[in-house]
Design a protein around this ligand. Sequence first.
Ligand code: NAD
Ligand code: LMR
Length: 327
Amino acid sequence: MKTPIRVAVTGAAGQIGYSLLFRIASGAMFGPDQPVILQLLEVPVEKAMKALEGVAMELDDCAFPQLKGMVLTDDPRVGFKDANWSLLVGAKPRGPGMERADLLKDNGRIFTGQGQVIDEVAADDARVAVVGNPANTNVMIAASKAKRLTPDRFTAMVRLDQNRAQAQLAKKAGVDLTTVKDIFIYGNHSPTMFPSFTHATIDGKPATEVINDQAWLEGPFLETVGKRGAAIIAARGLSSAASAANALVDHVRDLMTPGAIHSVGVKGATEYGFDPEVWAGVPVRSTTPGSCEIISGYEMDAFSKSKIAATSKELTNERAMVADMLG
Ligand code: NAD
Ligand code: LMR
């Protein structure tokens, strides 16, 4: 038997947790032959821990062959102990009328403590993926607390935005979704994000030629992808959960697959104009399992440059807003 991968998941009794844990345990994230141990973290509140017990009962009842153990805890030192992957989902979601950055003061504090504990107790090969909003800035806070783990071990999820953009392009072109490739997200997981349609292809041809509607690409397309989270909150009364869990499965699975090309929030994307200290979505190529390199060389036209400048400015502003939580 392969050595199990220890996967810590925060917010395990929350909405995303309820869609995510079953996918991890079924093998969707690490492969059908890879054993996993789930280390499930919740807040020290009776209702949350009770709900977590219920989720664990359901996981038992699935009889997943590769689920080799579960730890249920409200203690981060236990939850992150020897974790190979820490999936930081647990945080407040926004409600109607809020922007994700409105969550910074409440949620940022969660990531100061967790960054520190992960650095102290997680496995030597630890990797961290942040989903809790605002994800790009929360990951920066967590990474800033680490002394042992280098910044490249920390990523922010922008994959939901990439998946949304891919689906919208396919719908507009009236093609099968799998023919849409190389659609990448630049910048923040916020309405300023830039899904760069210029480099996307459909069936090997430039998406701009196939769709042939620049006004739609620069207007409704960007607007729909950028504000999709708010549209879901308005419709459902709750923020996206199953699609977020699915995106996290894609994010981690592709990071574990050498050669995979996808969008990830990483530090150091200076060649695309981002501040060296922020975590920005950019195209990456996975290298060794868990690691990736930024794909360089995508030429940006004036429109793309202006969009990237706006999302870059927002990331820098968010960094300034949490200056007291860094380091
Ligand atoms: P939820 O309220 O249903 O669940 C969050 C859970 O986290 C709760 O059970 C809560 O008790 C727990 N929690 C809070 N603080 C914790 C801590 N310090 N340690 C462990 N657990 C903790 O929310 P949700 O719908 O699952 O969303 C979770 C987060 O993910 C929100 O911030 C949401 O905005 C964000 N989100 C991000 C994306 C993305 O694409 N990056 C997509 C969807 C949602
Ligand atoms: C999303 O994009 O669906 C999430 O980030 C939730 C939100 O607040 O929009």
